[in-house]
Design a binder for this molecule. Structure first.
Ligand code: NAP
Length: 285
């Protein structure tokens, strides 16, 4: 089936040149026969966001993804925000329904779906989250929604970790620590899962990893790095060598993309095509 209807999409952020989203969505549109659906990169500097949002309406874009540094700032320009995105305080997908802009956060669904694919049940677990930025907020909300028993945040900046924990205290048992502290090193001994949400290890800084002593974690813990480029970060490689189960950020990337596609089109994307496209771009088979 092919459709001649014209619909435009894009990703707004700064920088956006590295984004895999145009490739992933355009491949899925093509495979679905949407020959006039087009997804483009939009570099939008901080300070220019208002004009970009007006542009979405003026040019009648069907939807956009949103990345750093606009995920939180964009909320004030939207007409409505979905409840997940409201709690997280960040939007990564905007849908335009006839000039009414609604914001969503598909990172939560992507994160939880990736855990499900890996057969990890977050209910009643002790989760350790490294980093206290935007992705950490989405992940904390996902863990709270699925009733993780205890969530430990470890970050280089203790105040940020504590402040983030405070934001989620109404939803779960969350505590923040300096990731170099003795208390943190003690607490991670009971972790069921450790999730890196910092960019440490991301291309081109592939020799970096969070300063965590993985040997302190119990046998059988899952080490999850949401960085997807490279797919096997130094953290995951080290964890694998120590015998831990590992999960890369690739599945979260694909599954948050799947959720955005559903919101944009009301249809299911061809995940085989999306996956093949992204894997090829990342130099995988
Ligand atoms: P962010 O809001 O900028 O937060 C980054 C966090 O990492 C902050 O807590 C920051 O600490 C910390 N950090 C940054 N550089 C660090 C360093 N050199 N040493 C220690 N800590 C450092 O970014 P984000 O949106 O959360 O994204 C974080 C990562 O997740 C990126 O690599 C992104 O590509 C990835 N991500 C992946 C997916 C996926 O689908 N797989 C989805 C979303 C994000 P400070 O606050 O102290 O600066």
């Amino acid at each position: 089936m092919s459709s001649l209807e014209i619909k435009n999409f894009g990703i707004i952020g700064w920088p956006v040149g590295h984004s895999l989203s145009p490739h992933m969505h355009n491949a899925a549109f093509k495979s679905a026969g949407f020959i006039n659906y087009n997804y483009t990169l939009f570099p939008v500097r901080a300070g220019k966001l208002f004009f970009a949002v007006e542009g979405i309406k003026g040019l009648d874009f069907r939807g956009v993804n949103v990345t750093i540094p606009h995920k939180s700032t964009i909320i004030k320009y939207l007409d409505a925000v979905d409840s997940d995105a409201m709690v997280i305080g960040a939007v990564n997908t905007v849908v335009n329904d006839g000039g009414i802009l609604t914001g969503y956060n598909t990172d939560v669904a992507g994160f939880l779906a990736a855990l499900k694919e890996a057969d990890f049940l977050p209910e009643d677990c002790h989760a350790v989250v490294l980093g206290a930025g935007g992705a950490a907020r989405a992940i904390l909300w996902g863990l709270c929604k699925r009733r993780a028993e205890y969530i430990t945040i470890g970050a280089r900046n203790q105040q940020k970790a504590e402040a983030l924990a405070k934001d989620f205290l109404n939803y779960g048992n969350v505590e923040g620590f300096d990731w170099l502290s003795d208390d943190f090193n003690d607490i991670i001994k009971t972790a069921d899962i450790l999730i890196n949400t910092t960019p440490l290890g991301m291309f081109p800084n592939v020799d970096d990893m969070p300063p965590i002593n993985l040997k302190l974690l119990p046998e059988g813990a899952l080490i999850y790095d949401i960085v997807y480029n490279p797919v096997e970060t130094k953290l995951l490689k080290t964890a694998k060598e120590l015998g831990f189960l590992t999960l890369s950020g690739l599945s979260m990337l694909l599954l948050q993309g799947k959720e955005s596609y559903r919101l944009f089109t009301g249809e299911e994307p061809n995940m085989r095509v999306m996956t093949k496209t992204v894997r090829k771009l990342l130099g995988l088979k």
